[in-house]
Ligand binder design. Structure first.
Ligand code: GLU
Length: 615
């Protein structure tokens, strides 16, 4: 492959920003022109190869924060938390202490893979009517549910950070927060992605003075290249650094979160109904991160570990891989390989929709969903010559797989919406972290906690608003204390017990297919990891149409898939993956997106210099 040395993107942005700022006139209190004061955006490379540890995130500042921990002798967990805290500053619409996530850790000393479930919970007062308009009996329109107190789940991110550091860190949380505090206080350079994400939410932020103050300086999205500060978040992180996570879960920040949800601080002039939620200080005080068993499937001799319920990531990726073990996938016939990828995705999504929810509330037949017997039965549905009509029906993971399953009721269409971020780290001891965190939609609920500098999630809209499974029970209806089903799929692949790959991505339900497609690109289609991440994506979520990136549409490959009966629907970017491959001899290859979301940032502690073609 060809190594591409990208230019210092930050320098380009600074020049553009200086111009933008001068046209704008005097700067708002939280913005500077980026002409030299304070920190500069670090250089950004999508691929790095070397030794001693690695960090890959969607953002140069976050990667730099993680690398700083590695340089100071921190572990993969230390680096992951420092990077995640920095993302709370620079990617506040995808990540932050107002949200939740799933943390997967490989421990080199024990060979053990562990997972932490930091998913948000519904308030104790929630019922299955959470998103039903009691006046009409109908589900609320999505945006009305999203931009409300109803959608806000009890955040799990901060407790996840503390728990991960307690188990696998060398440094205390206050140390891991330092780079992020500096960034929030000193400011960071606004890039195209940041500005576009503000633009996409501008009408919502404008209705909440606390959100507008953070993200609409001078009443408009900040110019690309200007420097944006978030002193309120610096102060919040500082409080947490000083007093510990209790200040968030049972102290003054908890009180502010509950007040914000119960009485959303909407602008007097706002022309929107903002429903209050029930999230209380008791919900915050009672929140617990849970250690879950990782999911595990064997795929052609590799051990693929993922996140179990309430995420559907591990089970759906795992089931699809098990189904695909029945098929000869080969780079020589890419259309056939991708046809089977799409069909296996649809089958696994039908089963996800029928069976996966919060395992503490519903009975998830996880072992059967991950069994090779069930997957072999589902593989009976594959037709190498023809795409099945979608949605396909779920199967029966009942332990009885003597014959191919009979058709059940149809599945339901799944939406790809949402946004999130994934980061991957490794350290000098060989520990690995694959961590996906989110506030759900890009911009979450749109509601910032006044004077605290962060947005609240809208994770509870990941519940189904009304039953979706016909006569069968729906595993993902809201309920008290329940965790909504997720698609987040932080993944670690071992080869004979040793790390081989770690990866993940944002993208709502397309997370699952992006992780699956990237694995297949790498393992079956002859691509190295940078190529596997960069390759055009398609996503089949058991919908009549398959989402396909523009590069797929109109291609010879698309024509072959359409001839098999696939209906391709053009969509923008799918996902923004990051990963690390362990190349042997201690060499690491850290990989981020070259283009999507403006390109990510990969770094290693001791780079191989110069980067030399094939790893
Ligand atoms: N809330 C989504 C989930 O947990 C993630 C949103 C996204 O990645 O875009 O599945």
């Amino acid at each position: 492959m060809t190594w591409k040395r990208t230019s210092r993107v930050g320098a380009v942005l600074v020049a553009a920003g200086a111009l933008g700022a001068s046209l704008l006139g005097p700067a708002h209190g939280n913005i500077d022109d980026a002409s030299g004061r304070g920190p500069k955006e670090p250089a950004k490379e999508p691929v790095a190869v070397g030794y001693g540890g690695a960090v890959s995130t969607v953002d140069a500042e976050a990667t730099a924060a993680g690398m700083r921990m590695l340089r100071r002798g921190g572990t993969a967990a230390d680096a992951a938390i420092a990077a995640a805290a920095a993302l709370g500053v620079t990617e506040p619409f995808s990540a932050g202490i107002g949200g939740g996530g799933f943390f997967v850790h490989y421990d080199a000393a024990t060979g053990e893979v562990s997972t932490l479930d930091g998913r948000e919970t519904a308030p104790a007062a929630a019922t299955d009517q959470l998103f039903i308009d009691q006046a009409t009996g109908e589900p609320l329109p999505f945006q009305e549910a999203r931009v409300s107190g109803l959608s806000v789940g009890t955040p799990g991110t901060l407790q996840t950070w503390q728990e991960a550091l307690d188990r696998w860190g060398r440094y205390p949380l206050r140390f891991a927060l330092r780079p992020a505090i500096r960034l929030a206080r000193g400011g960071f350079v606004v890039d195209e992605t940041f500005r576009a994400q503000v633009e996409g939410n501008a009408d919502i932020f404008a209705d909440f003075p606390a959100s507008a103050e953070l993200f609409l300086p001078d009443g408009a999205p900040p110019e690309v290249g200007t420097k944006l500060k978030n002193p309120a978040l610096a102060e919040t992180y500082g409080l947490i650094a000083k007093h510990g996570t209790e200040v968030f879960y049972s102290g003054e920040i908890a009180a502010d979160i509950a007040a914000t949800v119960q009485s959303p601080p909407v602008d007097d002039d706002a022309d929107r109904t903002v429903r209050p939620g029930a999230l209380s200080v008791d919900d915050l005080a009672g929140y617990r991160v849970i250690e879950r068993e990782p999911t595990l499937v064997d795929y052609r001799g590799l051990q693929v570990f993922g996140m179990g319920p309430p995420s559907s990531g591990g089970s759906t990726v795992g089931e699809a891989l098990n189904i695909l073990e029945n098929v000869d996938l080969s780079a020589d016939d890419e259309a056939s390989a991708l046809h089977h990828y799409l069909e296996a995705s649809a089958l696994a999504f039908a089963d996800r929709n029928r069976y996966v929810g919060d395992p503490d509330v519903v009975d998830v037949p996880l072992a059967e969903l991950l069994s090779q017997g069930f997957a072999d039965e589902r593989a009976c549905e594959l037709d190498p010559e023809r795409a099945a009509a979608k949605p396909v029906a779920p199967g029966s993971p009942d332990g009885d797989y003597a014959a191919c399953g009979e058709a059940g009721t149809a599945g339901t269409a799944t939406s790809p919406d949402g946004s999130t971020t994934h980061l991957t780290t490794a350290d000098r001891w060989g520990n690995v972290v694959s961590y996906t965190l989110t506030i759900e939609q890009t911009g979450g609920s749109g509601i910032a906690v006044p004077d605290r500098g962060f947005l609240l999630n809208n994770e509870l809209t990941d519940f189904n608003f009304a039953p979706t499974q016909g006569d069968a029970p729906d595993p993902n209806l809201p309920g008290p204390g329940k965790r909504p089903r997720s698609s987040m799929s932080p993944t670690v692949v071992l080869d004979d017990g040793e790390p081989f790959l770690a990866l993940g991505t944002p993208g709502g339900a397309t997370i699952i297919t992006t992780v699956l497609q990237t694995l297949l690109n790498r393992l079956e289609l002859g691509m190295d990891l940078p190529e596997a991440v960069a390759a055009p994506r398609m996503s089949q979520l058991n919908n009549p149409a398959t989402f396909a990136e523009p590069a797929v549409i109109g291609s010879p490959l698309a024509a072959e898939l359409e001839a098999l009966g696939h209906v391709l629907s053009e969509t923008g970017e799918i996902g923004a993956a990051t990963g690390i491959e362990f190349l042997g001899d201690g060499r690491l290859q850290a990989v981020a997106e070259p283009e999507r979301r403006g390109g990510g940032s990969a770094d290693v502690l001791f780079p191989l210099n110069p980067p030399s073609g094939e790893p």
